[in-house]
Design a protein around this ligand. Structure first.
Ligand code: AMP
Ligand code: DBH
Length: 555
């Protein structure tokens, strides 16, 4: 069977880089032909007795992690999991997250990185879209029965052959600890092939799946570890959910592993939990989203924990303004690093030796000299335009490079607008380039609400609202918020002649559709019409303006 003929009707699984660019990335040493599985083998040889991961009452050395990943890979093969198959992974911050994903890397099966907050609707979407063969989850987490959610999904989706559960496995599931067999020799997957599917926060509808290759992702991880000065004696604390691209790779857990360092997995990001771990494990670096930075800055003022080991605090995922960046640096007596990244690829960091003005006033500069950035007129309707705005002006950011995807997984139609014809990813972010090449993020062109780093696709939530029989139309917009940066506000037009649903009822209705709690609108406002643009489209700009006006004092 010819490989090239197996294109899914929705589009290819992976859009490779053009031949000349791929050759350039190899020649530059960005792509080194290494896989994640073979990397772990090397690390276990180089740092056998270093502690790789601490969490959930365990401390595993590199050797132990390597052995567990080998045994689980053999167990997965015995179960019948095959190279190229997709496996949805929904695990909290526990060491097994690492043994599971490295086992899958070794098998050549592709993890699909769900977050613990995802519920039925999202899991069903990822499983269906990827035609997943298995789902690996935990019995319970945060008062939610993940095992029941996964087994009921598997009953509904014939492609889902296996449900593997960390902890108590219910009827219809296999205990993850039983996925264990004597290690077997497995062929190393293609380093330029897909390693896993990451999720986009989604700017239209449900999250898109992002195919990342071993070569491209390892490049970003290796460079991130270097930029963040990780050493074998560094201790990285993952406070955010590890499956997210930021704590996974910027430099995150994978960057820490790459450096032979230790990762500490925090079960929750609250200051009490995290400060205790920082003191106990002598944590040197961690990463947060802005609302968490604000909470930690406050808590630091009254803690009696010894936080003196902490050298670097990263802030990213959403815009961290100048005041917050200054406040958190002073409160924790650390070097602040701004991180502006995306699961699609491009990651920007302020460098650890950047002047204070840059650290406070920018969101960093790209990892690589081969990251190509174009800042273009955001109002230009010709999708093909990549003409730059004058230097220093605000424009929409387009990017391509050695670790930025050229297309989403099986999404040919969406790819046609999400990428320019010459392969630039339209980030949807509005930025300004500062003279030294650093970027200042000034807003967003895409329909996405950034709720303290948790991305909400407006269209997805609007569809949930419109499923209600009393709702004629819905528009979700961002409500500026001092704590989270943005909260969501749903404007709703009721159907004539039926009883108008209350705000509370609509919030409950969205929640009952089985979606992550952060997507439930923070506010619901019932109106009889939406403002419209010249061509009659709902004007979100005007809706936003109305919200802002309503929140001004004296109006
Ligand atoms: P995603 O594509 O879902 O991975 O989300 C990435 C998006 O998060 C970016 O395109 C930005 O909109 C936003 N983002 C991430 N980091 C920052 C940051 N430091 N400042 C402002 N926005 C950010
Ligand atoms: O928000 C993000 O997606 C993000 C933020 C910082 C990211 O993917 C990253 C760093 O790698």
């Amino acid at each position: 069977m010819k490989k090239g003929l197996l294109v899914h009707p929705d589009g290819p699984d992976h859009t490779p880089w053009p031949t000349e660019l791929a050759a350039r990335y190899r020649a530059a040493g960005h792509w080194r032909g290494q896989t994640f599985g073979s990397l772990l083998t090397l690390l276990a040889t180089a740092y056998p007795d270093n502690i790789a991961v601490v969490g959930a009452g365990n401390r595993w050395t590199y050797l132990e992690l390597d052995e567990r990943a080998h045994r689980m890979a053999a167990g997965l093969v015995e179960l019948g999991v095959r190279p190229g198959e997709r496996v949805v992974v929904q695990l909290p911050n526990v060491p097994e997250f690492l043994s599971v994903v490295f086992a899958l890397f070794r098998v050549g099966a592709w993890p699909v990185f769900a977050l613990p907050a995802h519920r039925d609707t999202e899991l069903r979407h990822f499983s269906t879209q990827s035609e997943a063969a298995a789902i690996i989850t935990v019995d319970r987490h945060d008062r939610h029965d993940h095992a029941a959610m996964a087994t009921s999904l598997a009953r509904a989706l014939p492609s889902l052959r296996h449900v593997l559960v960390l902890g108590d496995a219910p009827e219809g599931a296999v205990a993850l600890h039983d996925v264990d067999a004597a290690p077997v020799e497995l062929p190393d997957p293609d380093p330029e092939g897909v390693a896993f599917l990451q999720l986009s926060g989604g700017s239209t509808g449900l999250p898109k799946l992002i195919p990342r290759t071993h070569d491209d992702y390892l490049y970003s991880v290796r460079e991130s570890a270097r930029i963040c000065a990780l050493r074998p004696d560094s201790v990285y604390l993952a406070a955010l959910p590890v499956a997210h691209n930021y704590p996974l790779s910027s430099p995150g857990v994978l960057g820490a592993l790459h450096a032979g360092a230790t990762t500490v997995l925090a079960p929750s990001p609250d200051a009490d939990t995290v400060f205790e771990l920082i003191e106990r494990e002598r944590v040197t670096i961690t990463g947060v989203v802005p609302p968490l930075a604000a909470a930690w800055a406050q808590a630091a003022a009254r803690t009696n924990r010894d936080l003196s080991s902490l050298e670097v605090l990263q802030v990213g995922g959403a815009k961290c303004g100048r005041e917050l960046a200054a406040r958190i640096g002073a409160a924790l007596d650390v070097t602040v690093q701004q991180v502006f990244g995306m699961a699609e690829g491009l990651v920007n960091y302020t460098r650890l030796d950047d002047p204070e003005e840059i650290v406070l006033g920018s969101q960093g500069r790209p990892i690589s000299a081969d990251d190509e950035l174009r800042i273009v007129d955001p109002t230009d309707p010709s999708a093909a335009s990549t003409a730059e705005v004058p230097a220093g002006s605000v424009g929409a950011l387009l990017t391509r490079g050695p670790y930025t995807i050229r297309g989403y997984y099986r999404a040919a139609e969406h790819n046609a607008t999400a990428f320019t014809p010459d392969g630039f990813y339209r980030t949807g972010d509005l930025v300004r380039r500062l003279p030294g090449g650093h970027l200042e993020v000034v807003g967003r062109a895409k329909e996405q609400i950034n709720r303290g780093g948790e991305k909400i696709a407006a269209e997805e939530v609007e569809n949930f609202l419109m499923a209600h029989p009393g709702v004629l139309d819905a528009a979700l917009v961002a409500l500026p918020d001092a704590y989270l940066g943005e909260r969501s506000c749903a404007y709703v037009i009721p159907v004539d002649g039926v009883e108008t649903p209350t705000a509370e009822e609509l919030r409950r209705f969205v929640k009952q559709q089985g979606v992550a709690a952060f997507k439930v609108p923070d506010r619901v406002v019932v109106v009889d019409r939406f403002p419209v643009t010249g061509v009659g489209k709902t004007s979100k700009r005007e809706l936003r303006a109305a919200l802002v006006a309503a929140h001004q004092p004296n109006q």
